[in-house]
Each structure stands twice: as structure tokens, then as C-alpha cells.
Write a new protein. Structure first.
Length: 313
């Protein structure tokens, strides 16, 4: 039997516990209780979620025979960092457990415990930059659903925690069991692409209306070549001024930002329509299907064809 301990901290997000359903269905697929889940906290007793729901927990001890520890995230890890006791516990537990996972911002708890140093990791896109700034020794990859680096597992967000849990099932029980669980839970066995839950426009977050107006124009005219001069005219700036201001406000060059908008638009067309990939490429401003594929591989790590096959699975 594989014991999974969920380490809950005050203000944890209740959706993190939804991943237990993946292991529950895995037991059904295995025909036995392969997984046994328990909720823990460093002090034991009741722990309050971010919604105020109270969950009973057992006192976590490093001597417990836990194969996998799962740390649920909180709404804002910058306001609610891990306590000294939680950090110390995870440092001890990491020496015994087969693997440790951080769901969503739970990755911050692993980072604060020093477990992710010189490791690849991901977290919720809204806090990826903060993780980079606070923990420069971590290789943060903010466009991945989940990342496995040795015994350390991290997921991008709460729903990505389901993908992470399903990947654990696949590793432990094989693809057929994972496929059965995915079918029962009406989810993809392998979700393609990166953190598709956030909008490229929201991620850019320009500070002034003139740059926002230029972005709105670009999004409505992705089929065009969209030169810097054309965008600068929408902001009533010279091309040189526009490039400087745009980069200062968004952190990206105009070309890189437009590429991101094209990627987002193409991904949505692929997921939500049956248009041939040649049409998708043309309508979203890529030179051709081959160019779109190159940009997809660079941006999402998967080809457009793979994304379409996954959407039809």
C-alpha cells in the first residue's frame, strides 16, 4: 500500500484536496486499496481553509510511513509563508519519503524549506516571477502544467494538481490505470501545452491606456503583419518611443508580445474549432503552418497537431 500524506497549512485552498479523487479512482482501477490518503498538519487538529472550512488533521511526524507528501497551496504565498515548524518538518520528511509534491503555490512551501534549490519547478503563473525573485537558485518554468525533478513534483495551479496526481498514478500503476482514471474524471490523460488557464493579455498587464489600446488593436488585427510603426500609431508615439515604453510596461518587446497573442489565438482556434491548421495559421498571422509549428514548439513545448489530437481524445 502507498501512503499519501496531505500537509495542510492555515489558509490552504480546499481544491488541493480534490486530487484525492484521482487516487480514489486509481484504487478502483487497481481493484485494491493501493493508495491510502490522510490529512496532516504540523500541530494536528483542525486547520482552516481559505474559505473558512475546517478540516481535521493528524499531527505530522517525520517517522510516519508516508511514501508521498503533498503540500496544498494558499491563495497568496507572499502573505502566508510557511512556518518554521512546517519548513523543518518537510526537511526531515524529504529524507524518508519517496517523493514530495507542491500543488499550485504549495511549491513555495517546498522552496522555503530549501527542497527546490537547483531544481526545475513551476507554480501558479501569477506568482512565478515572485518565485524567481525570492529563490533565484530555482529554475522556474512558468509555462508547464507540472514538473517532475527527481523526487520533487510541482504543479502550475489547482486544476494542474489533478494532472500531477494523474501522472503519479501513471508512474505507479501504469498508463492503463491512468487512462481509466482520466476517463472516469472526464479529463485528459496528458494535457497538452502550458498554463492555458491565463490570458496573454492579462499577463502583459500594461500600465497605461495607450499601450493597452495598441494591444487591443493588435489582438483584433492578428491576421495583419502588425509592424511596430502601425502599433506605435495607435499609441500616438514614434516607433522608437513605443518600443521603449511598451517594453518598460510589459517586460516584453512588441514582437514577443504579439507572438504570445498569436499563440493564444491559435491555441483557442485549434481547441474550439475544426479549421485546418493552414487556416488557423493564416487567420492568426503566422507565415504558414510550418512557422506556426516552430512557434508552438518554442512556446508550448508541443506541436499544434498534438494539441488537436489531445482535444479530440
Amino acid at each position: 500500500m502507498h501512503h499519501i500524506g496531505y500537509l495542510l497549512t492555515e489558509g490552504f485552498q480546499i481544491m488541493g484536496l480534490a486530487t484525492q479523487a484521482v487516487f480514489e479512482h486509481a484504487n478502483e482501477a487497481a481493484g485494491e486499496e493501493f493508495y491510502r490518503m490522510r490529512n496532516y498538519s504540523v500541530e494536528g487538529g483542525e486547520v482552516s481553509s481559505s474559505l473558512g472550512m475546517r478540516v481535521s488533521t493528524e499531527k505530522a511526524t517525520a517517522s510516519a510511513t508516508i511514501d508521498t507528501w503533498v503540500v496544498c497551496g494558499v491563495a497568496n504565498p507572499l502573505e502566508f509563508p510557511a512556518s518554521a515548524a512546517e519548513r523543518a518538518f518537510l526537511q526531515r520528511a524529504a529524507k524518508k519519503a519517496r517523493r514530495i509534491a507542491g500543488i499550485c503555490t504549495g511549491g513555495f512551501v517546498l522552496a522555503e524549506a530549501g527542497l527546490l534549490a537547483r531544481r526545475r519547478a513551476t507554480t501558479h503563473w501569477a506568482f512565478a516571477q515572485a518565485m524567481r525573485a525570492r529563490f533565484p537558485e530555482i529554475q522556474v518554468e512558468d509555462d508547464r502544467i507540472y514538473i517532475v525533478d527527481g523526487a520533487l513534483w510541482t504543479s502550475a495551479g489547482m486544476t494542474a494538481g489533478l494532472d500531477l496526481a494523474l501522472a503519479m498514478v501513471g508512474k505507479d500503476l501504469g498508463d492503463e490505470a491512468a487512462r481509466s482514471v482520466a476517463h472516469k474524471m472526464v479529463m485528459h490523460q496528458h494535457r497538452a501545452g502550458g498554463q492555458s488557464q491565463h490570458s496573454e493579455m492579462l499577463a502583459l498587464a500594461p500600465k497605461t491606456d495607450r499601450i493597452q489600446d495598441a494591444l487591443n488593436y493588435a489582438r483584433s488585427h492578428l491576421k495583419r503583419a502588425l509592424t511596430v510603426e502601425e502599433l506605435a500609431a495607435q499609441a500616438n508615439l514614434s516607433a522608437r518611443q513605443f518600443t521603449r515604453v511598451f517594453t518598460a510596461e510589459t517586460g516584453l518587446s512588441p514582437a514577443k508580445a504579439i507572438e504570445g497573442l498569436r499563440l493564444e489565438a491559435a491555441r483557442l482556434m485549434i481547441e474550439q474549432s475544426r479549421h485546418p491548421l493552414e487556416v488557423v495559421a493564416r487567420e492568426t498571422g503566422f507565415r504558414d503552418r510550418r512557422h506556426m509549428r516552430e512557434v508552438f514548439l518554442r512556446g508550448f513545448g508541443v506541436a499544434p497537431q498534438s494539441l488537436r489530437r489531445e482535444g479530440r481524445a
